[in-house]
Design a binder for this molecule. Structure first.
Ligand SMILES: NC(=O)c1ccc[n+]([C@@H]2O[C@H](COP(=O)([O-])OP(=O)(O)OC[C@H]3O[C@@H](n4cnc5c(N)ncnc54)[C@H](OP(=O)(O)O)[C@@H]3O)[C@@H](O)[C@H]2O)c1
Length: 276
């Protein structure tokens, strides 16, 4: 059975990725800090697969803080030949960046960008050798614009999108150069795909102190995950799920960036304590 790795599998999208992939006939390696939650997800994933008439999947757990030393290597060495790697673990910080917790925000940059990069590089190299495999990097609609009061988070997701798009092109180019252009069609072989969901109620809002009242074009997490896996299947790059989210991203390109930035900032501006 194909093997999928899901980081951040203890909650939200990651938990649902694990269940859907088990239903689709994958073995799993699940990564997150909360081991008890990972055990629950593993049991549910096995049951989900069996209920769907699939063989019971092998589910391995890696309960680790991805920010601890050697975490990416530990994941890679547990399953170097994974067919699908979903870099999903991440969080945000809502509020004035300059007055917020610096360590919380710089750890976010490390998790959302550095760890994602490390795992992508480890697996992209191996997938090139095997000539197969996909890394799915979870970005966000915030990747397309600066977002005041979500400044560091939006910047991390802009990084995820840019990095994924560029390395994906590189992988295909390297493969085509090595194999000869005639024998290596575009879109085949190893891929790194960014997926850009908008607002979806999960534990993310609590983890990031993001008020639920600010969510626009909400989409159920199940739907987000379903569309992400379709993007993987079809090899589609930088998919933004949902009509509202798509329109939001497309219309931004038609107006000056300074206007987009100010509109986003005004829309989600928190009421500051000294405003009375
Ligand atoms: N929900 C949204 O509205 C939304 C929109 C766009 C993009 N996204 C992105 O989607 C991804 C998943 O978010 P979600 O909504 O599913 O959030 P979530 O429900 O809060 O889940 C986040 C997951 O990340 C794991 N995690 C956090 N820090 C970790 C660490 N240091 N080491 C290992 N695992 C860690 C958490 O597990 P433990 O706490 O057990 O470690 C949890 O499983 C994130 O990258 C987020 O930026 C979310």
């Amino acid at each position: 059975m194909p093997l999928a790795i899901v980081t951040g599998a203890s909650a939200g999208f990651g938990r649902l990725f694990a269940l859907q992939l088990a239903r689709d006939g994958h073995d799993l390696l699940l990564v997150a800090r909360r081991e008890d939650r990972l055990h629950e997800v593993a049991e549910l994933a096995k049951k989900t697969a069996i209920d769907a008439g699939k063989p019971e999947p092998r589910v391995e757990l890696v309960p680790v803080d991805l920010l601890s030393d050697g975490a990416a290597t530990k994941v890679f060495e547990s399953a170097p030949d994974a067919d699908l790697v979903i870099n999903n673990a991440g969080y945000g910080h809502y509020g004035p960046a300059a007055e917020g917790d610096r360590a919380f925000q710089t750890r976010m940059v490390r998790l959302n960008c550095e760890l994602l990069t490390d795992l992508t590089l480890l697996y992209a190299r191996r997938m090139l050798e095997r000539d197969v495999g996909t890394v799915l990097n979870i970005a966000s609609t915030t990747a397309f614009q600066p977002v005041p009061y979500f400044a560091v988070y939006a910047a991390t997701k802009a990084y995820v999108l840019s990095f994924s798009e560029a390395i994906d092109w590189e992988l295909q180019d390297v493969r085509r150069q090595r194999r000869g252009r005639g024998r290596a069609a575009r879109g085949q072989g190893p891929r790194v795909i960014a997926f850009c969901p908008g607002y979806s109620p999960t534990e993310f809002q609590a983890a990031s102190s993001y008020p639920e009242s600010l969510g626009v074009y909400p989409m159920k997490a199940e739907e987000v995950v379903r569309r992400a896996l379709i993007a993987v299947q079809k090899g589609k790059q930088a998919v933004v799920p949902g009509l509202g989210n798509k329109l939001n991203v497309v219309t931004q390109r038609l107006v000056p960036r300074s206007f987009v930035r100010a509109t986003a900032g005004r829309m989600i501006r928190p009421k500051l304590a000294d405003e009375g």
